[in-house]
Design a protein. Structure first.
Length: 359
């Protein structure tokens, strides 16, 4: 299966996470992109656990409901995978053509993927020449077959057709591409010698996973998924207040000012530690070009104060990304205030929807 499939047909993006199903369909205009349809439908807890679909009936029905809410008539869809379902590695191999690499991709992957090749779908993306100018850097992606096939099945049972499978980290990069003017340019703290390279991290904080993609200008340099997300804050609230997970989630979303300060501090501290750990992994190969900016997205980025806390704790300029700041949305169909609120959590489906326009 091609994880980076290109498709010229109209696609509806289907982002199925442990917390919700999000749909986005885009159209292209002379000045950029326009939102055609969108929906966000919550999923009950434990319906999906660590990428495993526990209750497929509920997922199928929720997906059908989301499609109805969106009003989309498109049947062709793209979906993304992330977290423990994926292994993403950047490797250096001898220079060769894409056709030559395709012929021996299993041989290369077998040295880096700890699974039988029969149990995974493989794909790759050539990044370009390595630093020595002799070899080339390649991103290898392996995804467990049973995970992809389980998601395919619920999508098909909902009456939809899978046309494209992507990695969540790459869709965030795709969505960030339309926000280039917000991301580019040196930070206030950038050294003069680094000013000609914009090094920034895209960190999408979901319910259970953080997808991090570190970019050198518009080129991917490092990608990593971490098992950490907004549910950690919900669990902190649950423990501190002695309430159920559902009540804690409601407090987080609707009564944040009433949340125990220790629970919030514990979450911000753990989040900073996770991001620092990722930056340390990145620095193993790129210590001479540190990250200058961090751009947050995802539902976990909607926690009040998270941008300020990440910037303060990491000492790196931090901002929030909202793809709808650059996507036109007809006022008669979409509420501007709602799009402003939910925009940061829609980076993955927006990036998926942009696959419709790949050439």
């Amino acid at each position: 299966m091609n994880l980076f499939s290109r498709n010229s047909d109209a696609l509806m993006a289907v982002d199925i996470s442990s917390a919700s199903i999000k749909l986005v369909e885009l159209g292209k205009t002379r000045g950029g992109y326009q939102l055609k349809s969108m929906a966000v439908a919550p999923l009950p807890r434990d319906v999906i656990v660590e990428n495993e679909i526990i209750d497929s009936t509920t997922v199928v029905q929720t997906l059908k409901d989301a499609v109805e809410i969106s009003g989309s008539s498109t049947k062709n869809v793209a979906f993304a995978v992330s977290g423990n379902a994926l292994i993403i590695k950047t490797v250096t191999i001898p220079m060769m053509s894409e056709l030559e690499l395709e012929a021996q991709i299993e041989f290369e992957a077998d040295q880096h993927v700890p699974y039988d090749m029969e149990d995974v779908y493989l794909d790759f993306q050539i990044l370009g020449p390595s630093e020595d100018g002799v070899d080339m850097d390649v991103v290898l992606v392996a995804c467990k077959r049973d995970v992809i096939e389980a998601y395919q099945q619920v999508i098909q049972e909902a009456g939809l057709i899978v046309k494209c499978v992507d990695c969540a980290g790459f869709t965030i990069e795709n969505a960030a591409g339309i926000l280039a003017d917000e991301r580019h340019g040196p930070s206030a703290d950038a050294d003069a010698e680094q000013a000609d390279v914009c090094v920034h991290a895209l960190a999408n904080i979901g319910a259970n996973f953080i997808n991090v993609n570190i970019m050198h200008d518009d080129n991917m340099a490092f990608v990593r998924d971490q098992f950490f997300g907004g549910n950690q804050l919900t669990q902190e609230i649950q423990e501190m207040h002695g309430v159920s997970f559902q009540v804690a989630e409601q407090m987080k979303l609707e009564n944040f000012s009433g949340v125990d300060a220790t629970a919030v501090e514990n979450y911000f501290s753990a989040l900073a530690d996770e991001l620092i750990r990722t930056l340390d992994f990145y620095a193993v190969k790129h210590a001479d070009i540190p990250v200058q900016k961090i751009f947050l997205s995802g539902g976990g980025a909607l926690v009040p104060g998270v941008v300020e806390q990440v910037e303060q704790r990491l000492g790196i300029e931090t901002k929030l990304l909202n793809p709808f700041s650059k996507i036109k949305a007809p006022a008669k169909k979409f509420d501007a205030d709602y799009l402003q609120r939910v925009g940061p959590m829609m980076m993955v489906p927006v990036g998926l929807a942009l696959r419709s326009f790949d050439q």
